[in-house]
Write a protein that binds this ligand. Structure first.
Ligand code: HEC
Ligand code: HEC
Ligand code: HEC
Ligand code: HEC
Length: 448
């Protein structure tokens, strides 16, 4: 014991004050970024990646005691009411995994000061930001940094949002990241032995910060197109990044020499595929989220408003409206029958089977006109607009039907419905959700 003490003392004497405590043999950092509300894969197609349930399993499987979990930012999709609802459950998941920090990304900043502060107060996951501040006072709205002790070794975690990023919400301003960090560094150097910066910026921005700030040991990103397969060293800092809706998890392992210097590092990008079973604890967080979504939607008018089901803005008087496939049936029997037998007519049941029929992030492609004043609102208010229907492709059909009921004339007189272009399909059949989409092959299945 005494001998170890002396060894430590000598080590400190050799490196002076820059390393104050004996570092662990290895420090393992798990980092994630850019979830944008994707709490788990949607299941629109097979072989999708990501999600909290797999993430938790991946971390547990690799087991390590000296580890830190850091979220680099953009965990929420946005600032709408249902985005916030989901974000709360994402935070619950991160909390249960033991995240050490969440950096305020552009999407979190969109929440605006009041919501950001409120949500930060509701979770045990510390929100950090060195440069997202109160627009008036220019003072921090969340902690500028946190310090986590690993053994006696003090690891500081701070974060920045690039200034050119998305516009911050009401009450917030984004300061120049470099200036904000420079101001913070003397204090950070005093309080920690090792410094990690979570940077919601691109690789160039990360590189620029590394070139200017030699005190930062690790910079985690970010807003990148491709993850860094192996960590990169710029100036004195180790850079690593992941992105793309939380489909992957970054792992960085840092080895120290006896003097406390970095002796080695290795990185890994863990693609969260099906080989990682769903963690039951995360699944129960998601189940609770679905329960709340359901309770809100089935609740009274106040909760409807809370979910923005009552869409702001009204249609102009005399404007066309959505009516549903039932309204087309009498005149287009053949088309109706084809549609009725197609997958489109069961798109809502698909969501129900997964208890996702109250999630607006899913409904948008699985019902008619979500978000429009005359479109789908809820299972209770607008059951006739559930599923993908004729009007998803042909547009609103009220006037068209009325016209032909009034007159047997061929001319539609401004009430014509047209065949959609192929681009209409791609609005929903996006590459990630419908990777096998090929117009001819798909059209053949619904030809009418
Ligand atoms: C951008 C539009 C879009 C969104 C948003 C979307 N889906 Fe889908 N979904 C599709 C399309 C398109 C398909 C059909 C894909 C194919 O077969 O090529 C599909 C198919 C599915 C299927 C497979 C149906 C089957 O039986 O083959 C499931 C399950 C599903 N979606 C669930 C969800 C859930 C859950 C969400 C929300 C978390 C969601 N979707 C959000 C467009 C979307
Ligand atoms: C009262 C009868 C009636 C109703 C209801 C009706 N349509 Fe029509 N629709 C017609 C007639 C008649 C035509 C013109 C057919 C023609 O020109 O040969 C037509 C034409 C169309 C066309 C254009 C075909 C083309 O080649 O230009 C589309 C698309 C269409 N209808 C879709 C719909 C949809 C979608 C609905 C329901 C929202 C609907 N219709 C409701 C009678 C109706
Ligand atoms: C409003 C969103 C939306 C649009 C627009 C849309 N689809 Fe779909 N499509 C879906 C969804 C959602 C599903 C999955 C339904 C399910 O199984 O739950 C789907 C499924 C399908 C399927 C069944 C796939 C299978 O594996 O059997 C075909 C075929 C299809 N769509 C063709 C088309 C074509 C062709 C177009 C354009 C003319 C189109 N869709 C436009 C949402 C859309
Ligand atoms: C997924 C998109 C989609 C859905 C859903 C859909 N249609 Fe169509 N519909 C098309 C496309 C695309 C065409 C044009 C095909 C072409 O011209 O090759 C078309 C053509 C038509 C035509 C013109 C046919 C002709 O012979 O000229 C009518 C009428 C029509 N649809 C009515 C309906 C009705 C009624 C429904 C619902 C019961 C419906 N469609 C659902 C995409 C869709």
């Amino acid at each position: 014991m005494i001998r170890r003490f002396i060894a430590l003392f000598v080590a400190m004497a050799v490196v002076g004050c820059s390393r104050k405590a004996r570092p662990p043999e290895a420090l393992v950092i798990y980092f994630s970024s850019d979830m944008r509300g994707n709490i788990e894969p949607c299941g629109c197609t097979e072989r999708q990646y990501g999600g909290l349930p797999r993430r938790a399993t991946a971390i547990r499987r690799r087991g390590s005691s000296a580890r830190l979990l850091i979220e680099v930012g953009n965990a929420t999709r946005g600032a709408r009411e249902w985005d916030k609802l989901k974000f709360r459950y994402i935070l619950m998941g991160l909390e249960k995994m033991g995240y050490a920090a969440l950096n305020v990304g552009g999407r979190e900043a969109e929440l605006g000061r009041d919501d950001l502060v409120r949500m930060a107060a509701e979770t045990k996951v510390p929100f950090v930001s060195a440069n997202v501040v109160d627009a008036e006072t220019r003072r921090p709205v969340v902690r500028p940094y946190v310090v986590r002790a690993v053994g006696g070794f003090r690891v500081g975690i701070t974060g920045i949002l690039s200034k050119d990023a998305e516009r911050p919400g009401p009450g917030l301003a984004v300061l120049d990241p470099e200036m904000a960090l420079l101001r913070l560094l003397p204090e950070l150097k005093e309080r920690c032995d090792f410094l990690i910066l979570a940077a919601c910026t691109d690789l160039e921005g990360m590189g620029r910060l590394a070139a200017k700030l030699y005190e930062v040991d690790v910079i985690l990103g970010g807003r990148v197109r491709e993850p860094t397969r192996q960590p990169v060293v710029v100036n004195q800092s180790i850079l690593a990044a992941v992105a793309d809706k939380g489909k992957m998890l970054g792992r960085l392992e840092i080895h120290f020499d006896e003097k406390g210097g970095v002796a080695g590092r290795s990185g890994e990008i863990i693609e969260l595929g099906e080989e990682y079973a769903d963690d039951p604890q995360m699944e129960s967080v998601i189940a609770r989220m679905k329960e709340e979504q359901k309770a809100k939607e089935l609740g009274d008018a106040t909760t409807h408003e809370a979910l923005e089901l009552i869409v702001a803005g009204k249609q102009a008087p005399g404007a066309d409206r959505y009516v549903s496939a039932e309204d087309c049936r009498e005149c287009h029997m053949k088309a109706y029958q084809v549609w009725e037998g197609s997958a489109h007519a069961h798109a809502f049941a698909t969501l129900t089977a997964k208890k996702y029929e109250f999630d607006r992030d899913c409904l948008v492609c699985h019902v008619v006109g979500l978000g429009a004043p005359d479109g789908y609102r809820s299972k209770k208010l607008t059951p006739h607009l559930a599923n993908v229907q004729c009007e998803n492709c042909h547009g609103r059909g009220k006037k068209h039907g009325e016209h032909y009921r009034r007159t047997k004339k061929k001319e539609a007189e401004g009430a014509a419905l047209r065949a959609p272009t192929r681009a209409r399909c791609f609005r929903c059949h996006e590459k990630e959700r419908s990777p096998n989409f090929a117009y001819d092959a798909y059209w053949r299945k619904i030809e009418h």
